[in-house]
Design a protein around this ligand. Structure first.
Ligand SMILES: NC(=O)C1=CN([C@@H]2O[C@H](COP(=O)(O)OP(=O)(O)OC[C@H]3O[C@@H](n4cnc5c(N)ncnc54)[C@H](OP(=O)(O)O)[C@@H]3O)[C@@H](O)[C@H]2O)C=CC1
Ligand SMILES: O=C(O)CCC(=O)C(=O)O
Length: 477
């Protein structure tokens, strides 16, 4: 299980490997994967750099043909890829299948954009002159991706990078190397020329080497605020272009006129889907005190009945978290919350009974969480939901916007004026009304506000502002 450089699968130069295990069953060894260092990154950037001129010259419409073929290959291998996602990431098979569908939609949307990579023609100041703008690919890009969406996130970076005419080095999370390998296999099978898409498996050392290589024109990163900041600062001297999609501490507001049945269903989906490990996850419910007890009673009944299980178990409602670090972080967050006065409504423990040895956390609801406590301000990235009280709409918006992050914002109300006021006031990038606070479309910008995002949005036509740069031209004839 290797790196992919210039069209060849090869081990790390050092020969070192890292063992990848199934987080839902630690006795299941997924495989040994290359543990790359700076020399491997240099070789991958060499290949991407050499492949760039021919790929750039091909033009977007011919490049789109590779994406369309990749869509067909991925569709044919969808079950295999979904099984790999569940095995190494832990999410339930249905969720993994949904991720494959999302990746297919990204390929479909991005290939279609080939005929819409437009510039403009503008009036000129002189006679017999045309002024126009057009886009050019920025060059070799480094794509550093996390483990929570091991297929969809790399796909929404690789697909636009390649369509734009960039060549790429993908450095996936060391916790999900198999899915990244399958993604690269799909592109290879689709006829991507050698060197256009390269894969380097590894950790921080490989990521840092990518950032440091002066031939890399841009880094697109999804992950924690701390690492996003380190990448941005690490590249600042050479004015490295970065696109950073970082954390979230997302609020779902429940006003006193909300449909509580729909709100509870949305909260469960947003807080516990993918075991809460998504940047847009609902991690705070901000509930009006007038409906708080009723909402908590319903949440208690529904959440305590959820069945924790391995992702391949069709009866499981929630799978494991991805690794020991996440497990420890969830349990520590609960302990910290209780220490500042929050109460556990349900969950809050490691789940072991009837389960293989793995990283299982019971889905957790905490009530009476102070709005300014650490757990209400910092990302947990796991199935731990904080319920915070509010008194009316203005208080709900104040609390929702009190965090440094701004990924998603959601409101449940039947009052249309409140819906629009909330859309106006949320300091967050992705907004939802009377529906779960997670989920996105390939054609809508995927991004946050404040410290959740830096640089151009992902997905959508706005993504071209990362992978391309503008030229303006004046032609006198
Ligand atoms: N916004 C989001 O969608 C996501 C947010 N997260 C957040 O991040 C936390 C930690 O998860 P983790 O997967 O470790 O994510 P990180 O953001 O910490 O790391 C992501 C990747 O970047 C690498 N890396 C670390 N330092 C650098 C650097 N200076 N330059 C380049 N690459 C670097 C990491 O290597 P190494 O593993 O060796 O550190 C890893 O492969 C989660 O708990 C969650 O809060 C995680 C996933 C997604
Ligand atoms: O929640 C989603 O749909 C995408 C999540 C995401 O981009 C992330 O967690 O990094």
């Amino acid at each position: 299980m290797s790196n992919f450089v210039n069209g060849q699968w090869r081990p790390a130069t050092s020969g070192e490997t890292r063992t990848n295990v199934n987080p839902g069953d630690l006795s299941d060894i997924v495989g040994e994967f290359a543990e790359s260092g700076a020399a491997d990154v240099t070789a991958a950037v060499d290949a991407a750099h050499a492949a760039w001129p021919a790929w750039r010259e091909l033009g977007p419409i011919k490049r789109a043909a590779v994406l369309t073929k990749a869509q067909a290959v991925l569709a044919a291998r969808g079950d295999e890829v979904a099984a790999a996602i569940t095995r190494e990431q832990g999410k339930r098979l249905g969720e993994a299948r949904g991720e494959v569908d999302r990746a297919l939609a990204i390929l479909e949307f991005t290939a279609g954009e080939a005929r819409r990579l437009n510039g403009v023609t503008t009036p000129a100041e002189e006679a017999r002159t045309i002024a126009l703008t057009f886009r050019k690919p920025i060059g070799v890009v480094g794509l550093v991706t996390p483990w929570n969406f091991p297929l969809a996130i790399p796909m929404w970076k690789v697909a636009p990078a390649l369509l734009a005419g960039c060549t790429a080095v993908l450095k996936p999370s060391p916790f999900t190397p198999l899915t990244a390998q399958l993604l690269v296999e799909v592109f290879a099978e689709a006829g991507t020329p050698d060197g256009v898409l390269n894969l380097i498996q590894g950790d921080r050392e490989a990521g840092e080497a990518l950032v440091a290589d002066e031939r890399v024109a841009g880094i697109s990163f999804t992950g924690s605020l701390a690492v996003g900041r380190a990448i941005h600062v690490g590249g600042a001297n050479r004015l490295l272009r970065t696109q950073l999609e970082l954390g979230g501490k997302n609020a779902l507001i429940v006003l006193d006129d909300a449909d509580l049945d729909k709100a509870v269903a949305a909260i469960i989906h947003g807080a516990f889907g993918q075991s809460g490990q998504r940047c847009s996850a609902t991690s705070r419910v901000v509930v009006d005190v007038r409906v708080k007890e009723e909402l908590l009673a319903r949440l208690h009944d529904r959440v305590s009945a959820m069945r924790v299980g391995i992702g391949t178990d069709p009866a499981a409602d929630i799978g494991p978290v991805v690794n020991q670090e996440r497990l420890d972080a969830c349990l520590a967050a609960v302990e910290g919350a209780v220490a500042v006065g929050a109460k556990v409504v349900c969950g809050g423990e490691r789940a072991v009974e009837g389960l293989p040895e793995g990283y299982y956390v019971t889905p957790t609801v905490l009530r009476d969480v102070p709005w300014d406590s650490e757990i209400a301000q910092e990302e947990v990235f796991g199935p731990v939901l904080s319920v915070v009280d509010c008194d009316g709409f203005d208080d709900a918006m104040r609390i929702s916007n009190s965090v440094k992050y701004g990924m998603s914002g959601t409101i449940f109300t039947q009052n249309p004026a409140r819906m629009f006021e909330a859309l106006d006031q949320f300091e967050a990038g992705m907004l939802h009304v009377n529906r779960p606070g997670v989920g996105a479309y390939a054609h809508l910008p995927h991004m946050g506000s404040k410290m959740s995002q830096y640089g151009a949005p992902e997905c959508s036509p706005q993504v071209w502002d990362f992978y391309t740069e503008w030229r303006s031209a004046c032609i006198t004839y």
